[in-house]
Design a binder for this molecule. Sequence first.
Ligand SMILES: [Zn+2]
Length: 299
Amino acid sequence: MYIGLDIGGTKIEICVLDEKGLVSLKKRTPTPKSYVDFLTTVTDFILSIEQEIGSSCKVGIGLPGAISPVTGLIKNANCTFLNSQNLQFDLSKLLSRPINIANDANCFALSEAVDGAGKDGSVVFGAILGTGCGGGIVFNKAVWSGPNAIAGEWGHNPLPGYSPEMDGVSRPCYCGRKNCIEQFISGTGFELTYKLITGKYLPANEIVALLNERDDNAANAYGKLIDQMARCFSSVVNLLDPDIIVLGGGLSKVESIYRDLPLATSKYVFTDFADLKFVRAQFGDSSGIRGAAWLSLEG
Ligand SMILES: [Zn+2]
C-alpha cells in the first residue's frame, strides 16, 4: 500500500492507494504552525492510519517547494517553517523508513503519467494552470527533477515573444523578475488580461461564462490567453517534444482550450507538422496527492 500526503498552507491531506491506484482511505488535518508540531502531526497521522488499515505503507509527500540537491534542505515552500529544514531526514528517522518528497507540480505530472490522462505517454509534461503556473516532467513513469531540482518549472521563464502590443503592459512577478509565464497563463494572469481590456476585474470562471455567451471582451482576453499559452507550450515542445501534455488547475477546465491550443501551438513549433496532444487531468484536484503516493513506485 502507498500513502500520499499533500501539504498545503492550511491543510494536510492524506490518502492510501492500493497497487491498482484505488483509494482505500482519505483524510485531512489542519497544517500546524511550527516545524516541531508539523513533524509530530505528520508522524502521528501516518501511524494512526497504518494502524487503522492494519498495514505498513510506503510514504510519499508532495509540497509546494523542493529539496535542495546541494544541502538536502527544503527550499521555496509556502509553509515557510519548512524552509531550511531537513524534512526528509527527520521524517525518515521518526517513521523508520525512507520517505519520498517532491514538488507538488512534479507529483501532479507523475499522477497523470502513471495512471491518469497521460498514462499512454513515455514522456509527459504536466502543467498546473491555477493561481500560479507550475510544471513537471515524467520520463517512463518516473519524475525527472534534475540536478538542481528545477526541471519543468518554466512558469518563471519570461513569456516567449512578449511585446506590449500583444500582451499589454509589463507585469512584475513576486519572484523579482517581470513578464514571467505565470503572470499570463494562470487564472490570475487571465483575470489581469481581461482587466486590462475592460478596466474591470472579474474572476476567471465568470470571464469563461461570458466567453460562452460570445462576449467580445471575454473572447478578446481568451484569444490572447490561447496565443500566450501557444508560445509557452511551443517552447516546451521544441525542447522536450512530450508525447502528452496534461493540463491541471482552474484554467484546465475551459473545454475550448483543447480545441484551440494544438493548432495555435503548432504554428510556433519549429517543424512543418506538429501532432500535439493536450489533455485535461483525469484526477483533478486529487492528482497531487496521488502523485505523492506514486513517488514510492520509483524507489
Ligand atoms: Zn516569476
